[in-house]
Write a protein that binds this ligand. Structure first.
Ligand code: GLU
Length: 425
């Protein structure tokens, strides 16, 4: 019997989820007998939509809409970040949770996939309001999170501060200190050294591994970074530390370019004071739309989904795209890059460094034994290189893109687990 399509998505909020479904369709012909179970990948296991009412500083009460989605739990507990952004929708959180399933399986972490979010512009709230929002949201999703059930982490708009509040709220509710309920925490409450820069470091490690394959030296190469938040900032610094030149950077405030190179450490200082890259005096302002088409060797989209589409993919001038963001490239743009011979390191490999060190943090919390930063970075680099190499081999053997290869590796692991576990009841 044929399954009914999902009914809770109305047509006006379809976006990233459709991109994800198209990616699954592309991999299905390569799954052999496991394709029998492919519908499992196309449906989140469970979705929780919560109302988050909080008292504002002026005494009024405001309501926000929050989500936590468990896309899959065959290979372990749900795992993935919490996004605070004014454009968060259920369909976006569903897609982000599904990409976590694929990402965790692609690098072999013992997790399923989950994601959460609140539709809110955190820049418009005071620290006290953000704390109340975070605590109430944590309480609301408390029925489905836990160290062995679902482990949230930072994503866009959240960081170590929010994770500390989440850990505290959950710990208060269960009556014990539960550091393993979230990752990306401050070091002093069970966080891991190296977590802060882990996603950006992983972007660099996979980009360098890909560059080696095509004989492209990192030293002296030009790098363009879209998004100067946690991921883009760390990636820019680590590229710079390895002798690459950061030639253009953008964030929500604007875009700047300097062909002689931008010092990301200096730019970070400027952003800290001024709130964004706009007006940076040591580079020239360019229109935001020109950033992605600035000539370079490495392009790092590290902002939102759907930035590179068929409208601009023909104009992109780079050799390697390393996806720091989740879902920045549409399937139509992927086809254009395949045709043009531009190598795309997909998000599910390129930005997996964050969740990889989240995994190390979770393991350290369980054991109450902590590794040094050098140990963490070495373990991260080894795992990222191994995962990249495995995906590269599949891409060569099957003559497919790195994205399809990563999905072949990941979907095979997830659906193999399904076939071994069987169907309950
Ligand atoms: N939000 C990050 C991601 O998209 C990290 C998730 C985690 O550490 O669990 O991969």
């Amino acid at each position: 019997m044929k399954s009914e399509p999902l009914s809770y998505l109305c047509s006006d909020n379809i976006g990233p989820w459709e991109i994800y479904l198209a990616q699954v369709d592309r991999v299905t012909p390569y799954l052999g007998k496991l394709a029998f179970w492919v519908e499992d990948l196309k449906r989140p296991k469970r979705i929780l939509v919560v109302d988050v009412p909080i008292q504002m500083d002026d005494g009024s009460v405001a309501h926000f809409e929050g989500y936590r989605v468990h896309h899959n739990t065959f290979r372990g507990p749900a795992k993935g970040g919490i996004r605070y952004h004014q454009d968060v929708t259920l369909s976006e959180v569903m897609a982000l949770s599904a990409w976590m399933t694929i990402k965790n399986a692609a690098v072999g972490l013992p997790y399923g996939g989950g994601k959460g979010g609140i539709r809110v512009d955190p820049r418009k709230l005071s620290p006290g309001e953000i704390e109340r929002l975070t605590r109430r949201y944590t309480s609301e999703i408390g029925i489905i999170i836990g160290p062995d059930k679902d482990i949230p982490a930072p994503d866009m708009g959240t960081g170590a501060r929010e994770m500390a509040w989440m850990m505290d709220t959950y710990s208060m509710n269960v009556g014990r200190t539960a550091p393993g309920v979230v990752t990306g925490k401050p070091i002093s409450v069970g966080g891991s050294l190296g977590r802060q820069d882990a996603t950006g470091r992983g972007v660099f490690v996979t980009a360098a591994a890909a560059a080696e394959k095509i004989g492209l030296p990192v030293e002296g190469s030009r790098v363009v970074v879209q998004g100067f938040g946690n991921v883009g900032n760390a990636a820019a610094r680590i590229f710079h530390d390895h002798g690459a030149k950061i030639v253009a950077v953008s964030d929500v405030t604007g875009a700047v370019r300097n062909d002689a190179g931008i010092d990301p450490y200096d730019l970070t200082q400027y952003v800290r004071q001024m709130g964004g890259v706009k007006g940076y005096p040591k580079a020239e302002a360019i229109p935001a739309a020109d950033l992605l088409t600035t000539p370079c060797e490495f392009l790092v989209p590290a902002a939102l989904e759907k930035q590179i589409t068929e409208a601009n993919a023909w104009k992109v001038q780079c050799k390697i795209i390393a996806e720091g963001a989740n879902g920045p490239t549409t399937p139509a743009a992927d086809d254009i890059f395949n045709e043009r011979g531009i190598l795309v390191i997909p998000d599910v490999i390129a930005n997996a460094g964050g969740v990889t060190v989240s995994y190390f943090e979770w393991v350290q919390d369980f054991n109450s034994f902590f590794w040094t930063e050098d140990e963490i970075n070495a373990k991260l680099e080894r795992l990222m290189r191994q995962s990249f190499e495995a995906v590269w081999q599949v891409a060569q053997d099957k003559k497919v893109s790195l994205r399809t290869a990563a999905y072949i590796v990941a979907a095979t692991r997830v659906l193999e687990a399904r076939s071994l576990l069987g169907l309950y009841p």
